[in-house]
Design a protein around this ligand. Structure first.
Ligand code: FES
Ligand SMILES: [Fe+2]
Length: 364
């Protein structure tokens, strides 16, 4: 099935924005589950969730969109894996609580899997033909690490370099391995709006002087830059008005000499990596329905003495300002008199790139 209403011209100067039915139509949201979300890379947690060897931690990947039961495993040798959390017998969920485990035992009829997903024991199965075969073992998914953060994909062929290569290169001066998740400084937000309106707002700094008073005191809008990384990510570089609370960049960095206060990376489809001198604010945008979205702000600390300074301060206030404007746009896209807009060539390249990817996924 083709979705010809979603065509976004490659040339931003003649392009029109995404047809508003994308944000409104529950049927398009249903199609997006497989065409947009089932591909791509997804955050599944971090190594802090697996504090010891022989540890398991269940994860429901994107509840409401993918609802895929997965389990993170750290085996005896310390190797970390991500596997299906569904018993291959009759489909029971295997692991329901995080904890220490030497093996995975199904609570329904006693099937046992080793920490590598191999089925090793099943009671009362004498006489069953061609058993066990490969379908009796758990499906293993690719697992990618970025410092302590863990990502998976439902698509075995996914190459994480297509998503992370440019971010890893640009941020290689940043000691990702030292990040510590801080639940006391993390927060979930719930928004009655379509997820893509939230993402496209994030992808342009155009609105900063109009919507974010406090942020425009610290960021120099004139020098704010966007770099697009093909195919699946982009970055916005927030230049500080003063040299304080900025990164100490190495001489090899293409941004060396600039007072960079924040790097705002977006990775398709729903991950935002906001790097500040104090650490990383990871934002995961989880659609719940076509008009409800959960945004998780997960705080990873590097240097607490710099916390809440500069562009990485008052994130709750900035979020409230963004939510207010996104809720207004959510109403606006339902108008009979608005269907598509145009892009600023200088200020909306990130949003244009995002819309093009959405249109390509739906049509490709
Ligand atoms: S469903 Fe797991 S053993 Fe039956
Ligand atoms: Fe904003």
């Amino acid at each position: 099935m083709k979705f010809t209403q979603y065509q976004v011209d490659e040339d931003i100067s003649s392009a029109r924005t995404l047809d508003t039915s994308f944000y409104k139509d529950p049927a398009i949201f249903d199609v997006s589950r497989e065409k947009i979300f089932a591909r791509g890379l997804h955050y599944v947690g971090d190594r802090q969730m697996l504090p010891e060897t022989g540890w398991v931690h269940p994860v429901n990947l994107l509840p409401g969109v993918l609802d895929e039961p997965l389990v993170l495993v750290r085996d005896k040798s310390g190797e970390t894996r991500c596997m299906s959390n569904v018993c291959t017998h009759r489909g029971n969920i295997l692991v329901t609580e995080p904890g220490k485990a030497g093996k995975l035992k199904c609570g329904y009829h006693g099937r046992i899997f080793d920490m590598d997903g191999k089925m090793t024991f099943m009671p009362e199965f004498e006489g069953v033909q061609n058993f066990p075969c490969k379908d009796d073992h758990l499906t293993k998914l690719p697992l990618f690490g970025l410092g302590p953060l863990l990502f998976t994909s439902l698509d075995e062929g996914t190459d994480s370099a297509n998503y992370f290569r440019d971010m890893e290169q640009k941020m290689s001066f940043f000691p990702l391995d030292e990040l510590i998740r801080r639940d006391d400084l993390s927060k979930d937000y719930y928004l009655d709006a379509n997820w893509a309106l939230y993402v496209e707002n994030y992808l342009e700094g155009f609105h900063i002087p109009f919507v974010h008073d406090s942020l425009s005191q610290v960021l120099d809008f004139g020098d704010y830059e966007t770099e697009l990384y093909y195919p699946w990510s982009s970055v916005q570089i927030g230049i500080g008005k003063k040299d304080e609370h900025t990164f100490d960049l190495p001489a090899w960095s293409s941004d060396y000499g600039k007072p960079v206060a924040a790097y705002y990376f977006w990775v398709f489809p729903n991950m935002m990596f906001n790097y500040y001198p104090w650490g990383l604010s990871l934002n995961i945008v989880e659609p719940l329905t076509h008009n409800k979205t959960k945004i998780s702000f997960i705080t990873y600390m590097l240097d607490e003495s710099k916390y809440n300074l500069g562009a990485g301060s008052d994130l709750d206030r900035v979020e409230m300002e963004d939510e207010k404007i996104v809720l207004q746009v959510q109403k606006g896209v339902h108008s009979r008199f608005y269907n598509q807009g145009r892009y600023s060539v200088s200020r909306e390249r990130g949003t244009h790139h995002f819309h093009r990817l959405l249109a390509e996924c739906l049509n490709g």
